[in-house]
Design a protein around this ligand. Structure first.
Ligand code: PEP
Ligand code: MN
Length: 375
C-alpha cells in the first residue's frame, strides 16, 4: 500500500544546509528571558534550523503548569526577530491555529495527544484550510499506525502540502528504559507507505532522559530519518516541564557533533559491489525461507485434514509449548535472539492454525448449505 499524499519536500520550507533538520527549543516557554536567552544560545550553535516552544501544554493531571498561553507568542516573535530562527509551536484547537498564525509562527505541530482524536485533528485541519503553513504531525500516544496516517491525511486534505511526521514513541505498559517506546517498526511502516513524507525523530519524548538522546538520535539517522526535534533549555534542571529530558544548547551541540551521518545512496563502486553480493545471498536465503514455508503449510494442510477425519482439536497446547521450547533453544545455540525466534514461530503458528481452521470449517459450511437446500 502507498498513501496518496500531495507533499512538498522539506527543503522547500526550511533551510537545512544539507544536514538533517534540527528543531530545538524548550519544552515550554516559561518566561521571556528563558525563551529569548535559550534561542540566542541555540542560534549560536549554528546547527539549529528552527526554534520550538510549547505555549499551550497538554498535561496529564490538572493543576500542573498548562503553558504560558498567548503571551508566549510575543516572546517567540522577539526570539525570531533577534536570532532569525523560524518558530514552531504545538496547536491543539482552531483558536491555537488562529492565534499562532496571527502572531507569525512559521511552523505548527500537532501533538501526540491530539493525533489520537480525529475530532481534534479535523478541527485543526478545518482551521488550516486555505493557509500555506508547514505542519508536523506527531505520532499518536498509542501504537496505532492508522490514527497517525488518518491525521496526516486530514491535514493534507485541507490543502497543507508542507507536511512532516514526527516520531515521538508510544505508550506501553511494559517497563523499559524509555518514557515512550520507539517501536521503530511503526515509523518504518509509515516511511514505507509514504516515502515522500519527511520523517523527523523526537528523541526527547522517546527517552524522557537526556543521557539517551544521542543514542536514539543516531538510531533515527541510521534509519534515514530526515531530522530531529530536541528539547533544549538554558537551565534544564529548573525547567517547569520535562526537566529530565531537556539539554542545554551547549550539550545539544555536543550531541549533534558526535552523530555519524550515513548516506542512503552508495557512492563508492567497490562498496556497492560488495553490498550487492551480500544482498544477492540474502535474496537467495529469503527465497528458500518462502519455499520452506510453502512446504510447511502443505504439511499443515495434511495435518488439518487428518485431525478433521479423526475428530482431533486443532490446538494442542502441549505440542505448541514443545515446539516453542525446542526451537528457541536451538535458535539460541545459533545465536538468534529468543524474542525474534518466538515472534517468528508465533507468526508461523498463527498461520498454521488459520489454515487448519479453514479446513475444519470448509466442509461444515458446505454441509450447512447442503442441509439448507434440502430443507
Ligand atoms: C512536546 O513536544 O512538548 C509535547 C507535549 O510532545 P508530545 O505531544 O510528543 O507529548
Ligand atoms: Mn515536552
Amino acid at each position: 500500500m502507498k498513501l496518496n499524499l500531495n507533499i512538498q519536500p522539506l527543503s522547500s520550507w526550511i533551510k537545512t544546509n544539507n544536514e538533517p533538520l534540527l528543531i530545538a527549543g524548550p519544552c515550554s516557554a516559561e518566561t521571556e528571558d528563558q525563551l529569548v536567552a535559550t534561542a540566542h544560545l541555540l542560534a549560536r550553535t549554528g546547527r539549529v534550523s528552527a526554534l520550538r516552544a510549547g505555549i499551550w501544554k497538554p498535561r496529564t493531571r490538572p493543576g500542573e503548569f498548562e503553558g504560558i498561553g498567548s503571551i508566549g507568542l510575543q516572546w517567540l516573535k522577539r526570539a525570531k526577530e533577534e536570532t532569525g530562527l523560524p518558530t514552531a509551536v504545538e496547536v491543539a484547537n482552531a483558536k491555537h491555529v488562529e492565534e499562532a498564525l496571527g502572531a507569525g509562527v512559521d511552523i505548527l505541530w500537532v501533538g501526540a495527544r491530539s493525533t489520537v482524536n480525529p475530532f481534534t485533528v479535523q478541527e485543526i485541519a478545518d482551521a488550516l484550510r486555505g493557509v500555506d503553513v508547514p505542519v508536523m504531525i506527531k505520532n499518536p500516544v498509542n501504537p496505532d499506525l492508522s490514527l497517525w496516517i488518518g491525521a496526516i491525511e486530514r491535514i493534507n486534505n485541507a490543502g497543507i502540502t508542507k507536511l512532516a511526521a514526527i516520531h515521538r514513541g508510544f505508550s506501553s505498559h511494559e517497563k523499559s528504559a524509555f518514557r515512550n517506546e520507539p517501536m521503530w517498526d511503526l515509523a518504518i511502516s509509515l516511511k514505507t507507505i509514504a516515502p515522500e513524507l519527511p520523517l523527523i525523530n523526537d528523541p526527547s519524548h522517546i527517552t524522557g532522559n537526556r543521557d539517551l538522546i544521542g543514542y536514539i538520535s543516531q538510531k533515527a539517522l541510521d534509519l534515514d530519518m530526515q531530522g530531529l526535534m530536541i528539547e533544549s533549555h538554558i537551565d534544564p534542571t529548573v525547567a517547569w516541564t520535562d526537566a529530565k529530558q531537556q539539554v542545554t544548547p551547549e550539550a545539544l551541540a555536543d550531541i549533534i557533533e558526535h552523530l555519524t551521518l550515513r548516506k542512503p545512496e552508495i557512492r563508492n563502486a567497490d562498496v556497492k559491489d560488495k553490498l550487492q553480493e551480500l544482498r544477492n545471498q540474502i535474496d537467495k536465503i529469503d527465497d528458500l525461507v518462502i519455499q520452506k514455508m510453502a512446504e510447511r503449510m502443505k504439511i499443515v494442510e495434511q495435518i488439518g485434514n487428518y485431525k478433521k477425519d479423526n475428530n482431533i482439536t486443532i490446538l494442542q497446547v502441549n505440542r505448541w509449548d514443545d515446539i516453542l521450547q525446542k526451537r528457541t533453544s536451538y535458535a539460541k545455540a545459533l545465536k538468534l535472539s529468543t524474542e525474534f525466534t518466538e515472534k517468528l514461530l508465533e507468526l508461523i503458528h498463527a498461520e498454521s492454525i488459520r489454515k487448519q481452521t479453514e479446513i475444519m470449517n470448509k466442509d461444515e459450511a458446505g454441509q450447512a448449505a447442503e442441509k439448507l437446500t434440502h430443507a
